[in-house]
Design a protein around this ligand. Structure first.
Ligand SMILES: NC(=O)c1ccc[n+]([C@@H]2O[C@H](COP(=O)([O-])OP(=O)(O)OC[C@H]3O[C@@H](n4cnc5c(N)ncnc54)[C@H](O)[C@@H]3O)[C@@H](O)[C@H]2O)c1
Length: 377
């Protein structure tokens, strides 16, 4: 069975679907791998490393003609046209973005697994791309904040004077938020965090940060461990309480999200006006409308002396590790959907086995035998 690894063509993307290390593991399992020339160039992986890991090189069209395609972003129309009926596609699918790609995949009879749709259950942890990439985003957001902040994060005492530790506030303590807390702590900042789901209090405290309670008048936990949208009154209370709180913060890492919806506004224009000049806000929700209406997707702007960072693809700033984690997530999926017959034999027989009764496959298989399986949200 041949796995194709194309070069990512989306603007700003530096990651790659499989790394040379991943290819070593896959060739041992009996796969052949065909990678596009320079597919890893932006993540620091050279063609020669892919070749010594056992991959063959090919052009884009040849790669898309493989039986399995592993890539980061969903394919565009001419790439789908290159794919053969029955190909297994493993990629992100952007389930909330209705641009016709999923219909094209169904028409072409591609069996597409959407990596963001893998359920957040214990058995699927090794396949959980949302977590593997969000952890990187949380880490990198703090590094970005530190590089734009004109002061130290830790308390510093030197013969030339001393500086106070930075006050960091993390808003939203999901995967990215928890990693941001841990990273800011490691850099020596004073860290506090807030989430509308009170169940994360213990996780925040276990990282050595203070849990901030805001009296918004309702609990924010929704289905499946995610947050729900608050009532208008609760949103107003939350914004007012944060406006006061943020006056004392130097750095805000904001990660609040509700899947499939516009991000909630937590930091109003008024709140930004109240912050000290020189403060930094990293809005990880900038691509979903922003937790602050002043932040702009993929830009750094300064308002009233406060720097707002709105990058939307932090994982692409760390492409080597991000690709390596992504590749491991994909190998775990392959282990689930590809059956190995005669695993001891030199020439192993591999075949696609999509068991729709399996909870993980049922949730993530977007198109199957010409039909769209994705449920509208
Ligand atoms: N395998 C597993 O069991 C597994 C793996 C990963 C994550 N999870 C769980 O999935 C859940 C979602 O994690 P995620 O990182 O994808 O979250 P996410 O990206 O959807 O949201 C980030 C955080 O923002 C918070 N938020 C939303 N609206 C808010 C508001 N108005 N004010 C403040 N905070 C707000 C959410 O509660 C969440 O913690 C978590 O419960 C996490 O523990 C489970």
């Amino acid at each position: 069975m041949i796995i194709g690894v194309p070069k990512e063509t989306r603007s700003g993307e530096t990651r790659v679907g499989l790394t040379p290390d991943a290819i070593k593991k896959l060739t041992k399992k009996g796969y052949q791998v065909c990678v596009e020339h320079l597919c890893g160039a932006n993540s620091g992986f050279l063609d020669v490393e892919y070749q010594s890991a056992g991959a063959k090189m090919g052009d884009a069209q040849a790669v898309f003609g493989s039986e399995v395609i592993v890539k980061l972003h969903k394919p565009v129309s001419h790439q789908i046209a290159w794919m053969k009926k029955g190909t297994l596609l493993i990629s992100m699918i952007e389930p909330f973005e209705d641009d016709g790609t999923i219909s094209l995949l169904a028409q072409a009879q591609i069996e597409a697994i959407g990596m963001e749709l893998i359920p957040r259950i214990s058995r699927a942890q090794s396949m959980d791309v949302l977590s593997s990439q969000a952890g990187i985003a949380g880490y990198r957001a703090v590094i970005e904040a530190a590089s734009y902040y004109g002061r130290f994060f830790p308390l510093m005492m030197t013969s030339a004077g001393s500086s106070k530790a930075a006050q960091v506030m993390v808003l939203g303590a999901g995967v990215a938020g928890l990693q941001a807390i841990a990273t800011a702590k490691r850099l020596g900042a004073q860290v506090e965090a807030y989430d509308v789901r009170s169940e994360v209090k213990e996780q925040i405290q276990s990282l050595g940060a203070k849990f901030v309670e805001l009296n918004v008048g309702e609990e924010g936990a929704g289905k499946g461990g995610y947050a729900k949208e608050l009532s208008e009154e609760a949103k107003r209370r939350q914004q007012l309480a944060l406006t006061e709180r943020l006056k004392k913060c130097d750095i805000v890492i904001s990660t609040a999200n509700i899947p499939g919806r516009k991000a909630p506004v937590l930091i109003t224009e008024e709140a930004v006006k109240g912050m000290r000049a020189g403060s930094v806000i990293v809005d990880l929700a900038a691509g979903q409308g922003g937790n602050c209406p002043l932040s702009q997707a993929d830009q750094v702007v300064v308002k009233n002396g406060v720097t707002l960072i709105g990058w939307t693809n932090y994982a692409a700033f760390m492409p080597a590790d991000a690709s390596s984690f992504y590749a491991n997530n994909c190998i775990a999926i392959l282990d689930l959907v590809i059956q190995v017959q005669d695993s001891q034999a030199q020439d192993k027989k591999l075949s696609l086995n999509l068991d729709l009764k399996d909870e993980i496959i049922a949730a993530s298989l977007v198109t199957y035998q010409g039909n769209i399986r994705l449920k509208k949200v």
